[in-house]
Unconditional design. Structure first.
Length: 175
């Protein structure tokens, strides 16, 4: 395969309205979304539940949908994290799982050509496996001469304006 230049976006659907979610994808110019959740039909997924998400992506934005469960963490890794909240241990376990699954060699880089987004549930990428996947694949593919840029699609919450302080009456201002 010739050298590839790609932007891998990551996005989570929680703490976003459907409008915010689809606008982020649209503004980024995403052409394909790869769902990296093991369970894509959970009742809490709302608009991101399969098959609705595939239909909405296609009809609203013309974005292709692909489900890649090999990129989901195992139930054991998720359960251990829920129990311990030890993120460094989660990262180590998940990276080791990707090595065991031979993700670098088994995922076709051409699936990531252009503007592709990885989808999971977490609102932000800091403690989410989609960030780990993007970094893992980008690091590997860069050794093959490909250029991969990673961008995380998140909602920037505006900082609320500071309340104005009421001026004290120093006796010169009539009440």
């Amino acid at each position: 395969m010739a050298s590839m230049k790609s932007i891998v976006f990551t996005i989570g659907f929680t703490r976003k309205s459907a409008e915010e979610f689809f606008r982020l994808l649209q503004d980024a110019g995403v052409k394909k979304l790869i769902d990296v959740r093991e369970n894509r039909i959970g009742q809490l997924a709302g608009f991101a539940k399969f098959p609705d998400i595939a239909f909405l992506l296609d009809r609203i934005l013309g974005i292709a949908y692909l489900h890649e469960p090999r990129l989901a963490p195992s139930a054991e890794i998720r359960q251990a994290y829920r129990k311990t909240k030890d993120w460094p241990a989660y990262e180590r376990s998940f990276i080791e799982l990707m090595r065991e699954r031979k993700i670098s060699e088994s995922i076709d880089p051409s699936q990531f050509e252009g503007e592709v987004a990885l989808l999971c549930s977490e609102a932000t990428p800091e403690k989410c496996h989609r960030r780990l996947i993007a970094e893992y694949l980008a690091q590997y593919w860069e050794t093959l001469g490909h250029h991969i840029e990673i961008r995380h699609l998140i909602i920037e919450k505006p900082v609320p304006p500071r309340k104005k302080r009421a001026k004290k009456n120093n006796g010169t201002h009539p009440l």
